[in-house]
Ligand binder design. Structure first.
Ligand SMILES: Cc1ncc(COP(=O)(O)O)c(C=O)c1O
Length: 344
């Protein structure tokens, strides 16, 4: 009954984090200010949950489009950007999906669910991306779709604009530039949008992970085609109402992102001062570091009540690496103190 390749998969594992300092999933550690929380609850109390949500979401798309400097018909909304990755991989013609390695796992995973082949182009030792190699792989594989996470997860770096532009201009299939960590990075790629180049974004890393809302920006024509494989009512009524309200208070989240960026620099500097730590430059809300024994450090951090992501074993270039989300300054101090103790 069930396909054998599906039976062989392991389900996406989310570790139990109850009672722990949770620094494994790139969430924003800050909650809403109290006054905003009250107004938000009032706004939610007016939502008619007996009715299906607004299916077209023109108002919400308009608000998001205005922030992005595009038209509402250039925006497609998804239940998290994961759902948009799925829509893209369902709608694009059969043909290989090309991704760098290591990168965000869902491009590969969803491709496999949909029986699409994947080719990966290894990054160099310092996680840079060779645009020529990438384009050669796309040509060799006759690729129909490619994803570039800019900045990249889990390496944290942002490839130079020239590299991404070269791929955007040289690739004939659909290139998706995933800016999940854009709010923490130096530049974006909206200027590269073309019929075959789209920008994927999410509100998850900015403080709304629990709402599940992502969006794709592209030319209106291809966005309209992708909209045909969107589940009706994919964004629930509470998320829609929340997003419409919170977008009117977006300065709150921009200020929180600025605090996170400053904390990232502080954490990076502190880690660089530890003799057995190699910390990689990050333009995201997490840092990647290499230590002598990440399996043991991961377990010891758990004993200190801190959950991070152990990347050891995920890819050759990630040997003995930990990925640590930037938290509040207190949480960051806790992880730095624990690491100092563990690594002596
Ligand atoms: C590069 C990248 N893209 C997309 C996502 C998915 O985000 P969402 O919560 O919007 O599904 C993540 C989540 O970690 C990510 O790292």
């Amino acid at each position: 009954m069930i396909r054998s390749d599906i039976k062989a998969l392991s389900a996406y594992h989310v570790p139990d984090s109850s009672g722990m300092i949770k620094l494994d999933a790139m969430e924003n550690p800050f909650t809403l200010p109290d006054t905003l929380q009250e107004q938000w609850c009032k706004c939610l109390s007016g939502v008619d949950i007996n009715r299906y949500p607004d299916a077209d979401m023109a108002g919400l798309r308009g608000q998001i489009a205005a922030r992005a400097g595009v038209h509402a018909d250039q925006i497609l909304l998804g239940n998290g950007s994961d759902e948009i990755i799925q829509m893209i991989l369902m709608a694009v013609r059969a043909g290989t999906c090309v991704v760098p390695a290591p990168t965000f796992v869902m491009y590969d995973l969803i491709s496999h669910w949909l029986q699409r082949s994947v080719a990966s182009v290894p990054l160099t030792e310092n996680f840079s991306l060779d645009a020529d190699h990438f384009l050669q792989a796309c040509g060799r594989e006759k690729a129909e779709v490619a994803f570039l996470a800019c900045p990249n997860n889990p390496t944290g770096n942002l490839w130079p604009e020239d590299t991404v532009r070269k791929i955007a201009e040289g690739f004939n299939g659909l290139l998706v530039i995933d800016e999940a960590y854009g709010p923490f990075a130096g530049h974006d790629h909206t200027h590269l949008i073309a019929d075959n180049v789209m920008i994927l974004r999410t509100f998850s890393k900015l403080g709304w992970a629990g709402l599940r809302l992502g969006y794709l920006i592209g030319e209106a024509g291809p966005i309209a085609y992708l909209n045909k494989v969107r589940m009706p009512y994919n964004i629930n009524a509470l998320t829609q109402a929340s997003a419409r309200f919170l977008l009117d208070h977006f300065d709150v989240f921009e200020r929180q992102a600025a605090v996170i960026r400053a904390e990232r620099e502080r954490v990076t500097a502190a880690l660089s001062g530890m003799s057995t730590v190699e910390v990689f430059p990050s333009q995201t809300n997490f840092v990647l570091l290499r230590i002598p024994d990440s399996d043991s450090a991961f377990e010891q951090l758990k004993q200190h009540g801190i959950l991070v992501k152990n990347m050891n074993g995920a890819h050759r270039l990630l040997a003995n690496c930990l990925r640590i989300t930037i938290g509040t300054s207190t949480e960051n101090d806790a992880v730095l103190t624990a690491l100092k103790e563990i690594l002596i």
